[in-house]
Write a protein that binds this ligand. Sequence first.
Ligand SMILES: [Fe+2]
Length: 258
Amino acid sequence: MELSLDDHRERLTSFACSFLGESEKDDYSIQLKIDHTMRVLDNAAVICESTDMDNASKQAALLGALYHDVGRFPQYHRYKTFNDSISVNHALLGVKALISHRFLAGLPPAMKRTVYGAVRMHNMKVIPPNTPPELATVCNIVRDSDKLDIFLVMLSHLDLKNPNRTVVMDAKPDPEKFTPALLEELMRGEIADYRKITWTNDFKLLIAGWAFDLNFSKSYAILKSKGYINQIFDSLPKKEVFKKLRHKIEVHVEKQII
Ligand SMILES: [Fe+2]
């Protein structure tokens, strides 16, 4: 029997909630990921509606969005961190959890493969160039939806005096400091590397750079309407180098909106 999206939402939620109850701090981290998941699902629904994808692909994109971070719950349970580089690749762990808990039981095999692929590739710096086009589209919806919500989560945590270390992945708070090599990568139009992050400003720069890496016009429209780019640059030190990057990003965003 095929479950509805609401049934899947309940399954994901009860799986996530099964990891609650260890401590208040741990519950905060888990709840944050549940809330993130639901907003990513909402973003994916909006982006899907803006495309002319067939219904099967839309369903795969919504399931991919719903399950993209399912690996975060066992990851946090085992390692008490969301930092993949010091624990485990949460996308891979997510696919394993989907299979072992039979989340997708009853779905056609092709749909399962697409959802597994989207979850597996959602956190890759770039998706492999030989990815079949239908899978790439589904995966890009999940990736854009995820990135758009990370803007929100990070912006609400990075400027706190005592940011939650788990959320900002141990980036050190300092109003002025940043890593010049990371800024240079962005100015060259490259996607910055998570591993170069030392300061909270580096994190802001990294997510600002995602403005070069969204895949749908609707994603750019959401980015602009939420004012994320303005919020990021308004909170960075007032330096000429940041002004240049801001301009480059603003021009790019405008060009992508139909
Ligand atoms: Fe993720």
